[in-house]
Design a protein around this ligand. Structure first.
Ligand SMILES: NC(=O)c1ccc[n+]([C@@H]2O[C@H](COP(=O)([O-])OP(=O)(O)OC[C@H]3O[C@@H](n4cnc5c(N)ncnc54)[C@H](O)[C@@H]3O)[C@@H](O)[C@H]2O)c1
Length: 342
């Protein structure tokens, strides 16, 4: 089975590529390296013993894919490539429309041009639900007007993929709506590598713990939750990576044409920011001197997934603990720091 992985050198793409290769898939990665490093390719090879084919391609360039892969056939495509910073998207909405939406259109155009059966998995996000009225959030929860161009780009991409599949019987597809991926590979060879100040909590914690950030500020402790801090559904990166493999396996057995659906990927459990910090401290035997700051604009109070749909339809379950994810995240941060020292 030949799988094209866009954005395959990024955080989720690299872990998914590892799981795919370990299960015998033939992986080709494309990435423009805007938020990743070519060294990830070597590290995927170190982990799996196989160096996936790689092409530096920017998906915004309409004809590059068609030119590069004129005679290639892919059974599956996993589309991770996107920019993901909420704050950057507010400052530069146009960039998010071209980079995330135009790029997805170009990819769909490429897949359609092949006239062959292709299974497509798209990286969506729980941001599409906004602050859901009912928790845990199930897939019938409405997709709401987005507060950021980033969220809007995910919503639009889901729609254009669905619209393409309605008219194209060669493509079956799934959007996976991720909750909050954390952790790193147990080898510490691949992990999350945010550029600038991390917007996600775990790299913010590990960068503070290693001394790269001066302060660890919790954005608000006056939310209506058990300890006043926001609740999220943190999922181990390895489990999230495997959800893509399970989704591909599910589609490869699919008898229907024009099949499209979306699934939450989380653990089904909500954890507050302070609970997460406590698990990090206990797991890694480190005390974190955090400060309480103001709420951050745009943060919702609580989001955690109802995962019955993916459990019962695809047969995927999260297996790893938050503690294990925080151990691997910390080991990864320490490894990065050693490399920077040398
Ligand atoms: N990490 C999260 O918390 C999270 C949550 C929900 C959804 N997502 C989505 O999952 C996907 C992967 O996220 P990630 O955390 O691995 O991000 P990442 O930035 O680590 O990986 C994305 C990769 O795509 C590449 N890329 C970006 N634009 C490109 C383009 N135009 N052409 C080719 N390559 C391009 C980047 O260089 C990067 O390697 C994204 O679509 C993101 O929106 C992430």
């Amino acid at each position: 089975m030949k799988i094209l992985v866009t954005g395959g050198l990024g955080f989720i793409g690299s872990h998914t590529s590892v799981e795919l290769i370990n299960k015998g898939y033939d992986v080709t990665i494309i990435d423009n390296l805007v938020n990743s490093n070519i060294s990830v390719l070597k590290n995927i090879e170190k982990i799996t013993g196989i160096r996936p084919e790689f092409h530096k391609i920017d998906l915004r360039n309409k004809n590059e894919l068609k030119k590069k892969f004129r005679s290639n056939i892919f059974n599956g495509v996993i589309h991770f490539a996107a920019l993901k910073s909420v704050s950057e998207s507010v400052k530069n909405p146009e960039l998010y429309l071209t980079n995330n939406v135009e790029a997805t259109k170009n990819l769909l155009d490429f897949i359609a041009s092949k006239n062959r059966k292709t299974n497509l998995i798209f990286s969506s996000s729980c941001t599409v639900y906004g602050q859901a009225k009912k928790l845990p959030i199930n897939e019938s929860s409405p997709v709401v007007k987005q507060e950021s161009p980033y969220g809007e780009s995910k919503k639009i991409c889901e729609e254009i993929i669905r619209n393409e599949i309605v008219i194209n019987k060669n493509i079956n597809g799934i959007s996976l709506r991720y909750f909050n991926p954390i952790g790193a590979h147990e080898s510490s060879l691949i992990g999350e590598h945010p550029k600038g100040i991390p917007e996600n909590l775990v790299p913010y914690i590990t960068q503070f713990a290693i001394g790269k950030r001066k302060e660890l500020i919790i954005f608000g402790n006056d939310y209506p939750t058990i300890d006043g801090t926001c609740i999220r559904d943190y999922i181990h990166i390895k489990d999230l990576a495997n959800a893509h493999v399970s989704a591909l396996e599910f589609l490869s057995k699919m008898k229907k044409e024009n099949f499209y659906d979306f699934f939450n990927v989380g653990t089904g459990r909500g954890t507050t920011v302070l609970e997460l910090i406590k698990i990090f401290e206990d797991t890694n035997n480190i005390k974190l001197k955090y400060k309480i700051g103001n709420r951050r604009a745009g943060d919702i109070i609580a989001a955690y997934a109802d995962i019955k749909k993916i459990n019962t339809t695809i047969g995927w379950y999260a297996k790893n603990t938050i503690s294990n994810a925080l151990k691997t995240a910390w080991n990864w941060e320490k490894q990065q720091s050693k490399l920077n020292d040398n």
